[in-house]
Design a protein around this ligand. Sequence first.
Ligand code: GRF
Length: 212
Amino acid sequence: MKRVAVFASGSGSNLQVLLDKAKNDELGGAVIELVVSDKPEAKAVERAKQAGVPCLALVPKEFADKAAYEERIVRELKQREIDFIVLAGYMRLCGPILLEAYGGRIINLHPSLLPAFPGKDAIGQALAYGVKYTGVTVHFVDEGMDTGPIIAQEPVKIHDHETKEELTRRVQEVEHRLLPQVLIDWVEGRIHVDGRVVIYENRRGSKEPTLQ
Ligand code: GRF
């Protein structure tokens, strides 16, 4: 089994999917051992408590600097022998301390087809730009903003006159399916990185998207 920490800053709907699947024994070789949040008041923290999963909720500005904040996190990760990290709505860039300790072992979920629309409000950015498709990306994390090697992507067609709320709901539906799939395949060794290119062997439950 691989011991996984999930980092979340917000509502934590993706975290909830992972917690539910773990509870139902549907997370393959992954076990969620820790939730980390930079927002103690976030709903994600509440969800971790409800599920009985340990949660490290920190206030970054109470630390001398980013390095000190990340050192505290890395200490906890090491103590709990965490193997892999999933960023699921964690609204901070990973700094050198975290990347040195867990480089190549951190994945992030992003609500666009990267490299389009990195950073905040990717769904709003896609709507404002007028693209006809957006989607979901799961990628490895490097020092950049949503720039690491791409593991999996799935498109979502944008309907005419679609509201941000409606598009967000449809993008999240895809996220809730894609993230657990990728996590299982990752911890079970079916995902390999070759430079920028990720080779994904025998992908489980994959559905080739039909573009209209
Ligand atoms: C998701 O859309 C994810 O792609 C982005 O932040 C959002 C988190 O949603 N990085 P939730 O907190 O899991 O509901």
